[in-house]
Write a protein that binds this ligand. Structure first.
Ligand SMILES: [Zn+2]
Length: 439
């Protein structure tokens, strides 16, 4: 039984972004019991009272696109090739699994301690994300709520073979999707275009790699089980195929035209009648701007990254303008994308895609909850919802960087009064060095 009274806060409940001063939030067993003016809520008996002294409280962040295994420190393993193959062989052993699990635990702890109270794992090697999700749910380890995809469904030569299971043709796709559903994933992840890290030619990152029939087969199987399909898609034609076949979330994104916008808004083959976009600017900006000797990326990776970045920016702007639901993800584990730096993506959405801070914060909380189908539980601070919240020293609408050092975090029943983050100094230094004018 945990009962907390957070008194004297400036509340941003995330339903809108107007500051409500002098507020009190009562939580009980991981849920918000009551929200009201501090002056009106006098009986705090039985509650552990925390005086926030005018600090700001907002909903915990939702990071809709992460990978759990790596820290985000630049590594050869994130580029494709022989070193990756060797590493994968080593990891697929009892010892390898144990090492991976301990890294994954550290990474979700970094997410939580930096204010992320829900994460979606978008591709995992050995279904370990399922184990981790269940341990968090049972309270055996402290972490954010996890929604997990298990291994990516990808074709021969497709993106993410290292984090996925290869399936060619609709029947193989159905089989792999069925297996993932049987293992109890929350979402199906497919890769229907190439990607920046494994493209071998400029332009190949966005090349369509799955047929309409293959994507439709994945959607049909997932939707029958009530699950959504998320597709890695970094090229216009790949995004179009994905939307036509019924994909529910387009991950990363590309240049969008009017036909695609119409499909986002009204998608008869999707699970809920519409599809959404989860852009990930962070890795595109860092790969395009940082010295390849530290990111372990080559010239082809960099050129592809620039192409993907430009497409994503046009896509985000057009989608927002036309009322498509746009969420937020970082692709943590990628080179220089850490698990404690989620705020960078919000910063980039404002700087490069022209979103207002309010819109960026909404996308990372309420809108992401709607996109992931968990808005009855989280995403806004309302009575009855999960007590997923962060305490900030400043108003994030005035200074989004205040999200880089959250003062306290509550994720359901987990309360962290002094969040601890182990930073990776070479990553932080490199990110600071990026000349934003050129990005
Ligand atoms: Zn990813």
């Amino acid at each position: 039984m945990s009962k907390y009274a957070l008194v004297n806060c400036n509340l941003l409940d995330g339903c809108n972004w107007k500051v409500k001063p002098s507020m009190t939030i009562l939580t009980e067993d991981g849920k918000i019991k009551k929200i009201g003016n501090t002056a009106d809520i006098k009986d705090l008996s039985g509650y552990k009272t925390i005086d926030l002294n005018g600090k700001y409280v907002m909903p915990g962040l939702i990071n809709a696109h992460i990978h759990l295994p790596l820290s985000g420190k630049g590594s050869k393993a994130t580029s494709s090739g022989k070193s990756q193959d060797r590493l994968l062989k080593l990891l697929d052993t009892g010892m390898g699994h144990a090492v991976l699990m301990s890294m994954m635990k550290k990474n979700i702890s970094a997410q939580l301690n930096s204010g992320v109270t829900t994460c979606r794992s978008m591709g995992d090697l050995f279904f370990q994300d399922i184990v981790l999700r269940d341990k968090v749910k049972k309270g055996e380890i402290q972490g954010p709520r996890l929604l997990v995809a298990g291994p990516i469904v990808t074709p021969t030569g497709g993106h993410g073979m290292a984090l996925g299971v290869i399936a060619d043709g609709p029947w193989e796709v159905r089989k792999v999707v069925r297996k993932n559903i049987h293992e109890q994933v929350d979402v199906i992840k497919i890769a229907n275009t190439g990607g920046v890290t494994d493209a071998r030619k400029v332009g190949e990152a966005g090349r369509p790699t799955m047929t309409y029939e293959e994507v439709a087969a994945a959607c049909e199987e997932a939707h029958k089980a009530g699950l959504m399909v998320a597709s890695h898609a970094e090229g216009t034609e790949g995004v179009r195929t994905a939307l036509k076949a019924g994909v529910d979330t387009i991950e990363h994104g590309a240049v969008l035209d009017d036909e695609m916008i119409e499909l986002f808004l009204n998608n008869p083959n999707s699970l809920r009648g519409y599809s959404s976009l989860i852009p990930t600017l962070y890795p595109a900006v860092t790969i395009a701007n940082l010295d390849p000797s530290i990111t372990y990326m080559n010239e082809i990776n960099i050129k592809n990254s620039i192409l993907v970045y430009e497409g994503m920016i046009q896509g985000i702007k057009k989608a927002i303008d036309k009322g498509v639901k746009v969420g937020m993800g970082t692709d943590a584990s990628m080179s220089f994308v850490t698990h404690y730096n989620t705020w960078i993506e919000l910063d980039y959405l404002v700087k490069f895609a022209g979103l207002s801070p309010e819109q960026a914060l909404s996308n990372a909380t309420r809108v992401n909850a709607e996109i992931l189908g968990i808005d009855d539980e989280t995403g806004t601070l309302e009575e009855g919802k999960s007590s997923d919240l962060i305490v900030l020293n400043e108003n994030p609408l005035d200074n989004i960087k205040t999200l880089s050092k959250v003062s306290m975090v509550m994720a359901g029943d987990n309360f962290i009064s002094k969040p601890k983050i182990k930073t990776i100094s070479e990553v932080d230094k490199a990110i600071d060095s990026i000349n934003f004018q050129e990005a």
